[in-house]
Design a protein around this ligand. Structure first.
Ligand code: AMP
Length: 562
């Protein structure tokens, strides 16, 4: 781990970043570099090549974007872009472009995402005007190189992001062809969630004496550190995370919980949201004065607050007796951070719970944490509205039971007696329970939180083709429809060509695509029902193996649409 001169963990300033970038990071509420950033930024700033193993959620985008921006010649220097980032999907092209834009705005860096499915005219205009960073899917990048509209002569840095995914999607040849069109003396950076031999092959051919970084081999101490903590994770789309957190806290009803966020802004926003939902939440982050922080801590200790929403930096060194729950609002950026966080509960033999919200794309990171801690993190279903109602009823029942055992109820005798003149005793009890239940202050929460599936890497292309016996007879998998492509084996079409075209031209990633069947003169590809029209529209504008296919929903023999 990179340390600074005083022996503490390195800050962004220690990593050699220029002052404008430090300002941006501070304005974004980033308090400290993530482990991959600590390791990768110094050599990249020096111009080294790098082979990094890092999944989404580790902060890898900033790990390569910040050094690239640091080394960027002043805008308007060369004719062509100075940086090319290759990514597997349109979705990632947009995300990475947004990150470059966010970090580089202050330097005037011009960023252009290039992917299939978007009108090429705008891309051509932008390229003509001049851009500094191009973030592209391999297919569309090659298209522009072929047309002579993407000039790679001035390129200083090439980044291959999520390289394993690009290979899985059949982009290996495209990547080779693009790299062959770049200057020999370029800096090359390769990030990949996994490092299979094929990635090593690319690294050997195209990287020059690279620095190698592999994350997630430390923190073995986590094994003993966390035996009493029950760990669970919940898959949830980003848009539903505040509701998911609220639901979990309502159902778990922790005595005191700490919720970890990535940035100051996230802490402030979430504190406001949770207070709006009736929780007693307090924010704690590095942007606060010591005096403010002390006040927060005393409110927590006195029990006037029960929810602490904090960044890692601000929570470091805190020892809070009452804590029963640690919530990771995002998957932490490294297994080590996870181990530190959950070590805050389950202390001194007490039991604790650690809950982690996981966006589908962060699922891999969760697996990395399991590997390092050698403990399973149970992925559970988020409580439904019915679960929540049942839990509230249970709490009401428990409150009544406690009252029956402990309280002196004599003063209320007369009330009940006078009511029983007119009503049945059972009815009186029901009305009393209803009043207690309704006065418990529970916020009405009746929106179901949609379930999402993880983006796992299990669906490798090798397993995609259906066995012969099943060919053309099976119904598509649930939620999927089959698309008909008018090109097949005789046109040289392989599964990877179809996956590459669909993922390159639409918002789907390779993992969203289901079974592929290739016949001599046509192919059938399963895609999620909701994305079918988008895929059809996108593919009509593009070519596969140099030919423009007819694409439509498959009709079965009775003419019914699938
Ligand atoms: P990535 O792994 O690149 O997809 O980044 C995951 C998320 O972490 C993104 O939302 C980033 O904005 C955020 N992030 C990256 N670096 C930091 C940092 N040092 N501190 C806080 N958040 C960060």
């Amino acid at each position: 781990m990179t340390m600074n001169a005083t022996g503490g963990e390195a800050t962004f300033a220690d990593l050699g970043l220029r002052s404008e970038l430090l300002e941006v990071l501070s304005a974004l509420g980033y308090e400290e570099p993530t482990p991959i950033q600590r390791e990768a930024i110094p050599p990249l700033v020096q111009g080294s090549d790098l082979l990094g193993q890092a999944a989404t959620g580790t902060g890898k985008t900033a790990a390569f974007a910040l050094p690239v921006l640091q080394r960027m010649p002043p805008p308007g220097g060369g004719a062509g872009p100075a940086t090319l980032v290759l990514v597997p999907t349109r979705e990632l092209a947009i995300q990475v472009s947004e990150a470059f834009h966010r970090y580089g705005r202050i330097l005037g860096t011009r960023v252009l995402p290039i992917y299939g499915g978007a009108p090429i005219g705008r891309q051509l205009q932008a390229l003509k005007r001049g851009v500094d960073v191009v973030v592209a899917t391999p297919g569309r990048a090659l298209d522009h190189i072929g047309r002579g509209t993407l000039d790679l002569e001035d390129l200083r840095t090439v980044v291959l992001d999520e390289a394993d995914e690009m290979l899985d999607m059949g982009f290996a040849d495209d990547i080779e062809e693009i790299l062959a069109a770049t200057p020999e003396d370029r800096q090359t950076v390769l990030f990949s969630a996994t490092l299979p031999p094929r990635i090593d092959g690319i690294a050997r051919r195209h990287l020059n004496d690279p620095v190698r970084i592999e994350m997630g081999h430390a923190a073995a101490e986590g094994r003993e550190a966390t035996p009493l903590v029950e760990q669970s994770a919940y898959l949830v789309a980003r848009a539903h995370k505040p509701a998911a957190l609220g639901r979990l806290l309502d159902v778990e009803a922790p005595a005191a919980a700490i919720v970890f966020c990535r940035t100051r802004d996230e802490v402030d926003q979430l504190t406001e949201t949770m207070n709006g939902r009736g929780h007693r939440a307090e924010a704690l982050h590095g942007g606060m004065e010591q005096e403010q922080r002390d006040r927060v801590m005393s409110r927590l200790r006195a029990g006037t607050a029960d929810l602490l929403i904090a960044t890692d930096v601000a929570a470091r060194g805190l020892d809070i007796e009452q804590l029963t729950h640690v919530v990771n609002y995002n998957v932490p950026s490294a297994p080590e951070a996870y181990v530190h966080r959950i070590g805050r509960v389950g202390r001194a033999g007490r039991e604790g719970a650690a809950l982690t919200l996981v966006e589908p794309r962060e699922h891999r990171m969760l697996k990395a944490i399991e590997r390092v801690t050698k403990q399973r993190i149970q992925v559970e279903r988020l409580p439904t509205v019915a679960d929540l109602q049942a839990r509230r009823m249970e709490l009401t029942r428990a409150a009544l039971e406690e009252c029956l055992i402990q309280e002196d109820l004599e003063p209320f005798h007369a009330v009940v007696e006078s009511l029983t003149d007119e009503f049945d005793l059972m009815e009186v009890a029901l009305a009393a329970v209803k009043l207690v239940h309704e006065s418990s202050g529970a916020v009405l929460d009746e929106q179901e939180i949609p379930e999402v599936a993880p983006r796992t890497a299990d669906k490798r292309r090798g397993g995609r083709e259906a066995p012969d016996s099943e060919r053309y007879t099976r119904a598509p998998a649930g939620g999927m429809v089959r698309l008909f492509f008018s090109l097949g084996r005789s046109a040289g079409v392989r599964p990877q060509d179809l996956v590459g075209a669909i993922a390159g031209e639409s918002s789907l990633s390779g993992r969203d695509i289901g079974a592929i069947e290739i016949a001599d003169r046509f192919s059938l590809v399963e895609v999620p029902q909701a994305a079918a029209d988008e895929v059809i529209a996108a593919l009509r504008r593009s070519t596969i193996k140099g030919r423009r296919p007819t694409v439509r929903r498959e009709r079965d023999t009775r003419g019914r649409r699938t």
